[in-house]
Design a protein around this ligand. Sequence first.
Ligand code: URA
Ligand code: SF4
Length: 239
Amino acid sequence: MQPNLLCQLFLDDICYRHCRDPLKRIGRVKRNTGIYTVRSNNKLPQREAEHMQTGDSLEKVTAEVIVCQKCRLSETRRKAVPGEGAAVAKVMFIGEAPGEQEDSQGRPFVGAAGKLLTELLASICLKREDVYITNIAKCRPPNNRPPRKDETSACRPYLERQLALIRPSVVCPMGNSAIHALIETGESVTALHGIPYEVGEATYFPMYHPAAALYTFQLRKVMEEDFRKLRGLLDSLHA
Ligand code: URA
Ligand code: SF4
């Protein structure tokens, strides 16, 4: 049997086992699986009521980000990259900042790292449209340098509003920048990846950044395993 075919059969098997009802179920009850202590927080009527009170919406956040000039990155960007995906998403993936491709298209994770992210999502039977994908900084830093503290601080309210509006059950910060922006810890992604943490209402599930796994086969395997764990976490939350 050809390796590709074997891989496809393997993926089909995972899909068969996990994707009979992919993320369609809305969380209902607080549930302690024994492995994860998790809280289901996607009660739609409550969410809608809250949003009507605040008057905020993802469309508003997006419109504001597109014209934002709150930090110096606005001077060098081509297009700001607010984020994209499902307004009612069970999972939110958060990267560092847009790269070249993202800057030219105004969409997150559309370059090589994005291709890998899309593949990893597919391996657990998720499409990009099923999840929400964004970054801690919405504009590309010159020459892809890491965003500076004052830039991510200026940008943070947008991410907080996105989190408050989407209220994903699971938040996946990818790579050290995103992890340290969201979880108070001195540990690095090497120690934290693939382990769920309760932060407030949500479960945070740190991962490697897909760019790190692009050229390292071992890391790619680790990411594949973490995505399988993510699938298990989601199933335990929304069973
Ligand atoms: N890397 C990121 O952190 N974000 C993107 O959107 C693309 C690459
Ligand atoms: Fe505004 Fe964020 Fe872009 Fe800075 S990075 S200009 S704060 S959207």
